[in-house]
Design a protein around this ligand. Structure first.
Ligand SMILES: C[S@@+](CC[C@H](N)C(=O)[O-])C[C@H]1O[C@@H](n2cnc3c(N)ncnc32)[C@H](O)[C@@H]1O
Length: 217
C-alpha cells in the first residue's frame, strides 16, 4: 500500500491489533480463530458471492476458522464441505471436531497425496472452491502449497494466502521471507494463473493477507 496519512492510520491499527495479540483472542462460537475479524467478514462476503461447494483450509489449529467456513458456507449451500488440513488435530475444539461439514485431514499440506484427495472431493462436489493457506508461513512452504494447488484450482476459484503481513508488511519486521514473498515468486513464475483481487483486499483498510487475495483465471 502507498504511504499516505490514511494508510499510516491503517498500519498503526494493524500493528496494534497484531502486536497486542488481539488476533489470538478472536473466537467464533467460542472456538479460537487466529485472524483479523475484518478478514473474516471479507471471507463471508466472498463465500456469499462465490457460493462454493468446497472450502479447503491449510492449517486448522483450534478449528475456529474451519467452523466459521462450515457454518457460513452451509447456510449458503447445505452440501458444502470444509476440508481442513493440519499436521496435528489434537487442539481442535469439540464443536469444530463434531461439525458435520468439516472433514479433518491429518498430514502436511505439502503431502504429495493432498492434491489427489482434494480432486476426489471436487469430483464428488462439483462447483467452485475457496482455498485458504494458513499453515507454516515460511516462503518455501507456502510456495510448495501454491505449486501443489496449481493442478487443483480452477477458473473462478478463490484463493487466500494469509499472513503476508509478517516480515514487515507491516508487522514482524525481520521475520524472514514468508507468504508475501511466496506469492511474489509464484506470480513471477506463473503470471497468468491468478488475478489479484485488490479491491476486495483493500475493502476494510487492512488485512493479514496483503497480496494474498487471488482469483484463479
Ligand atoms: C495459524 S495456525 C492455523 C489457524 C487457523 N487457520 C485459524 O484461523 O484458526 C497454523 C497451523 O498450521 C499447522 N501447520 C504447521 N505446519 C504445517 C504443515 N506442514 N502442514 C499443515 N499444517 C501445518 C500448525 O500445526 C497450526 O495448527
Amino acid at each position: 500500500m502507498s504511504s499516505s496519512p490514511v494508510s499510516e492510520v491503517f498500519d498503526a491499527y494493524h500493528r496494534w491489533y497484531y502486536d497486542t495479540k488481539v488476533w489470538e483472542t478472536v473466537e467464533f462460537l467460542g472456538v479460537p480463530s487466529l485472524k483479523s475479524v475484518a478478514d473474516m467478514w471479507n471471507y463471508q462476503e466472498i463465500l456469499a458471492a462465490l457460493k462454493p461447494a468446497l472450502v479447503v483450509e491449510f492449517g486448522t489449529r483450534f478449528g475456529g476458522a474451519a467452523l466459521y467456513f462450515s457454518v457460513i458456507g452451509r447456510a449458503l449451500n447445505p452440501a458444502l464441505r470444509v476440508i481442513s488440513v493440519d499436521i496435528s488435530h489434537v487442539d481442535v475444539y469439540p464443536l469444530a471436531r463434531t461439525d458435520p461439514g468439516i472433514h479433518l485431514m491429518t498430514c502436511s499440506s505439502t503431502d504429495p497425496g493432498i492434491a489427489a484427495n482434494i480432486l476426489a472431493y471436487r469430483k464428488a462436489m462439483p462447483g467452485p472452491a475457496f482455498f485458504i493457506l494458513d499453515s507454516d508461513h515460511r516462503k518455501a512452504h507456502v510456495l510448495a502449497e501454491l505449486e501443489l494447488l496449481r493442478g487443483v484450482t480452477r477458473s473462478g476459484d478463490y484463493l487466500v494466502v494469509e499472513d503476508g503481513n509478517i516480515n514487515g508488511n507491516p508487522v514482524l519486521p525481520g521475520w524472514g521471507e514468508g507468504p508475501f514473498e511466496a506469492v511474489v515468486a509464484y506470480r513471477e513464475k506463473y503470471p497468468q494463473d491468478y488475478r489479484h483481487d485488490q479491491a476486495r483486499e483493500e475493502k476494510f483498510g487492512f488485512t493479514f493477507a496483503p497480496g494474498g487475495f487471488l482469483v484463479r483465471q
